[in-house]
Design a protein around this ligand. Structure first.
Ligand code: MNH
Length: 492
């Protein structure tokens, strides 16, 4: 008999539901980790979840020979929208491996580097907006970065090899047209989800956000309650149908008018498994399309928002980052060659993701299908139980990160940084083969934006006393964080 896993006292039927703040579940999980330690069990409406948060336990659960990714209830719900797309596929589903094989080359270093001009262009637009609005403008940081990230993924259309964004809609679906110089064939391909100068989201993004919110709500309802939510269910289904329909139209349009462009949509339509010759089905392509939307919508923007929050709250780090950009660029426009030299900014991004991992949890289980599993610590669970990796607490494990684990200190990420620490101490991009496929994309876009903004602006908090408040959906981001941006003297 192993050591039993601690658990808060349960209530009839709902289990530990009352322990979880409906608006900020992550905060509740962190609080419970303080109370019950690095391994505890929750029962939410009959669904069990083991929560792991020490390096020792997470390291064991990161062994992909004996453990694998699985789907918590929230992700199971999202399968209604994203099906067996990369993010919501079970490890054993054949479509995961097939899509992974076909899509991974698109995220290779060469292709990501080829996206530099596009990323640069979109970042310039954000910077130009701040410049135009002037130094008195209160920038809602999280909002601006979210629309930036959506923009970026919707305008990959015209550079690079396998360009990330397939969202190349025919003109009839345009919300906001955009013309470019190099001919009509391309001008209809560019689709902007979201204007920098409008507060409203494109209906596509809005429908996606609503489906994600409702998926979250559903995990807190008993089946009987769920059947009573007639209106919410109808809207949920309508939103899903709308999103699927739009994706299917994009695919049909491309099939009717093939291009030789090396974008992600063509890769999905034409890519084949080299060994079997198999390609993706139209249904699976649709799931991948929504998956890329979901995955990139808030994660990177959250990272950027938290990074600026910490830089502003710790002025010596802001100064050091700004000095670095100045030294590396020497007052010239940022280029691809500058990026590897932005070591302090790279470290600041890593440190922001340590303190606030924007995808705050992922879930794994032992590969064995029955019996019990005993951790090296002696704790025993059912082999079928889901184990959530609670990243924010893992990233502060005092045994690994020391006494100042709560402090934003980019220096600890320099010169090898977390790679010198015990394995699996820092996991904001997930684990093994199921780790984030978009990481190189997210990283390059983040380096560009941070560098460009620091190069062009001096920043300050609107309210110097503002302390971080976090809002959680599928991801986390700061709320109420506002800053002002003043153009620096002598910057272009
Ligand atoms: Mn991303 C998987 C975090 C940006 C596309 N991503 C994951 C996982 C984490 C994660 C954690 C693993 C989830 C799990 O195990 O259940 N992702 C991030 C973070 C950022 C991010 C912190 C930004 C910062 N991700 C992006 C971007 C894209 C993307 C941008 C798309 C361009 N992510 C994915 C996809 C998967 C994923 C697709 C699923 C990969 C797979 O399982 O094959």
């Amino acid at each position: 008999m192993g050591i039993p896993v601690p658990q808060p006292p349960e209530s009839f039927i709902i289990g530990n539901l009352k322990e979880i703040d409906p608006d900020y579940g992550l905060g509740s999980l962190e609080r419970l980790a303080k109370l019950y330690g690095p391994i505890y069990r929750l029962n939410i409406l009959g669904q069990k979840l083991i929560v792991l948060s020490s390096q020792e336990l997470v390291n064991e659960a990161s062994s992909t020979s004996t453990w694998e990714k699985t789907l918590p209830t929230a992700l199971k719900e999202i399968r209604a929208l994203a099906g067996d797309g990369l993010f919501t596929a079970y490890n054993h589903e054949a479509n995961w491996k097939l899509a992974h094989k076909i899509l991974i080359p698109a995220f290779g270093p060469g292709n990501i580097r080829a996206m530099f001009p596009d990323m640069y262009d979109i970042a310039s637009q954000l910077s130009l907006k701040w410049e135009r609005f002037g130094e008195d403008n209160r920038i809602d940081v999280a909002n601006d970065f979210t629309s930036f990230a959506d923009h970026l993924r919707s305008t990959q259309a015209h550079v690079g090899h396998h360009r990330i964004v397939f969202v190349q809609l025919p003109a009839c679906l345009h919300v906001e047209g955009h013309c470019c110089q190099d001919g009509p064939a391309r001008s209809i391909n560019i689709y902007r989800f979201n204007s920098f100068y409008k507060d409203t989201m494109h209906p596509f993004v809005e429908a996606m956000v609503d489906v994600l919110l409702e998926s979250g709500q559903r995990t807190r309802r008993l089946p009987i309650q769920q059947t009573l939510m007639v209106r919410a269910s109808r809207k949920y289904q309508q939103d899903i149908d709308y999103l699927h329909d739009l994706c299917d139209k994009i695919v049909a349009e491309r099939k009717a008018h093939p291009t030789d462009s090396k974008d992600l949509l063509n890769l999905m339509l034409n890519g084949r498994d080299k060994e079997t010759g198999e390609g993706l089905t139209v249904e699976n392509i649709r799931y991948q399309m929504v998956t890329f939307l979901i995955a990139g919508h808030e994660t990177t923007s959250g990272l950027l928002s938290f990074t600026f929050y910490y830089l502003l709250k710790n002025p010596h780090t802001l100064q050091r980052a700004q000095e670095e950009v100045d030294r590396v660029t020497q007052g010239q426009p940022l280029t691809l060659e500058h990026l590897p030299h932005l070591k302090y900014i790279d470290a600041a991004l890593k440190e922001a993701l340590r303190l606030n991992p924007t995808a705050p949890m992922f879930v794994v289980k032992p590969k064995q299908t029955s019996g019990t599993y005993t951790f090296d610590t002696g704790h025993e669970i059912d082999a079928t139980e889901n184990c959530g990796i609670l990243l924010s607490t893992l990233h502060k494990d005092p045994k690994v990160w020391g006494d100042d684990a709560d402090v934003f200190r980019p220096e600890r990420m320099l010169d090898g940084g977390f790679e010198k620490l015990p394995p699996n101490s820092w996991k904001p991009f997930g684990n093994g083969m199921r780790a984030c496929i978009g990481r190189p994309f997210a990283w390059q876009e983040s380096l560009i934006v941070v560098a460009m903004i620091l190069q062009r602006f001096n920043l300050e908090l609107v309210d110097p006393k503002y302390d971080l408040r976090v809002k959680q959906t599928l991801t986390i981001k700061p709320v109420g964080f506002e800053m002002r941006a003043r153009v620096r003297k002598g910057s272009r």
